[in-house]
Write a protein that binds this ligand. Structure first.
Ligand code: IPM
Ligand code: MG
Length: 356
């Protein structure tokens, strides 16, 4: 089995190094090949998603991704910015289903900005559609406004759209995920205002007929944002479009107190996937050895479970992470008085030790 390792920028390389260490002690024979992506891809070959990197990702059985982005690339033209690498991978690998779990580890209950009783035991899964919506809709651009009250002025515009088959396939992923969990699915839309999401609601409701054992409810995105901080434990699985999912998944991640703990999976129709921490490249702490590698290590566990068919190995890693938390080891982002502060490498090493 071949894994493409794409460390990227900022803290990407240091956290991915720890996840690779963990993969290496499992006793499996993975073939791993590393390639530059994001700003690192731009430095290496003038493009954030170099051709050789894309080829490697297409050939591999799974992709382990760090993070991309750095302020120093903010002035580049949009097609050359690091973020285009992740968008290009999603599009080329047809990774339409983004799974973002938000789990509150009991040891970290104090790290949340919300009251412990609101978030303790939180375990929700956000499923974000990842290759449609306003992110990829055409046309888009900046033009001279052709008519109406702003005629003649410059205007920026994007297109929100979903084809029926795109909604159906993400709805199936969501209903099936709900079946394996608490059997409750909330579809988040803005059907009161947007045609796209009126249609979304209609199709999700239709797909529901095939999953009578799952309870479905619909919620407007503004209300969902409110309920996520009011009573997040009422949710089980949330399914939504690309744009709303981008926002709600960041919000949900902070309920748990640390975005440094949360993995994510982006899957195609055959469960091939790209696995990355939910957080970004954090250029402010890059190279300081203080980044939390656990989200990346847990992403490697998701990769074993969803793409490589190694569920027991995934369990082993997840248990090892729980063990190091129980031992009181904390990187600075999750540190509290009375625990032991460790750096990136020490945390990775602790997970390796807990595994053996
Ligand atoms: C994410 C990120 C990306 C997105 C950016 C980096 C393009 O915010 O994965 O949530 O908007 O999808
Ligand atoms: Mg985001």
């Amino acid at each position: 089995m071949k894994i493409a390792i794409l460390p990227g920028d900022g803290i990407g390389p240091e956290i991915v190094e720890q996840a690779v260490k963990v993969l290496n002690v499992l006793g499996e024979s993975f073939e791993m090949e590393t390639a530059p992506v994001g700003g690192a891809g731009y430095e290496a070959s003038g493009h954030p998603l170099p051709e050789a990197t894309l080829k490697l990702a297409l050939e591999a059985d799974a992709v382990l991704f760090g993070a991309v982005g750095d302020w120093k690339y903010d002035t580049l033209d949009r097609p050359l910015r690091p973020e285009q690498a992740i968008l290009g991978l999603r599009k080329n690998l047809k990774l339409f289903a983004n799974l973002r779990p938000a789990i509150m580890y009991p040891e970290l209950a104090g790290a949340s900005t919300l009251k412990p009783e609101v978030v303790s035991g939180l375990d929700i899964l956000i499923i974000r559609e990842l290759t449609g919506d306003i992110y990829f809709g055409q046309p888009r651009g900046v033009r001279e406004c052709p008519d109406g009250p702003f005629k003649g002025e410059r205007e920026g515009f994007d297109t929100m759209r979903y084809a029926e088959s795109e909604i159906r396939r993400i709805a199936h992923v969501a209903f099936q995920a709900a079946q394996k969990r608490g059997k409750r699915l909330t579809s988040v839309d803005k059907a009161n205002v947007l045609e796209t999401f009126q249609f979304w609601k209609e199709i999700v409701t239709d797909v529901h007929k095939e999953y009578p054992d799952v309870a479905l409810d619909h919620m407007y995105v503004d209300n969902a944002a409110m309920q996520l901080v009011r009573a997040p434990k009422k949710f089980d699985v949330i399914v939504t479009g690309n744009m709303f999912g981008d926002i709600l998944s960041d919000q949900a991640s902070m309920l748990t107190g640390s975005i440094g703990m949360l993995p994510s999976a982006s899957l195609d129709a055959n469960n091939k996937g790209l696995y990355e921490p939910s957080h970004g490249s954090a250029p402010d702490i890059a190279g300081k050895g203080v980044a939390n590698p656990l989200a990346t290590i847990l992403s490697a566990a998701m990769m074993l479970r969803y793409s490589l068919n190694k569920a027991e190995q995934a369990d082993r890693i997840e248990n090892a992470v729980k063990k190091v938390l129980a031992q009181g080891l904390r990187t600075p982002d999750i540190y509290e008085a009375g625990t032991t502060k460790v750096g990136t490498t020490e945390m990775g090493q602790a997970v390796v030790s807990a595994l053996s």
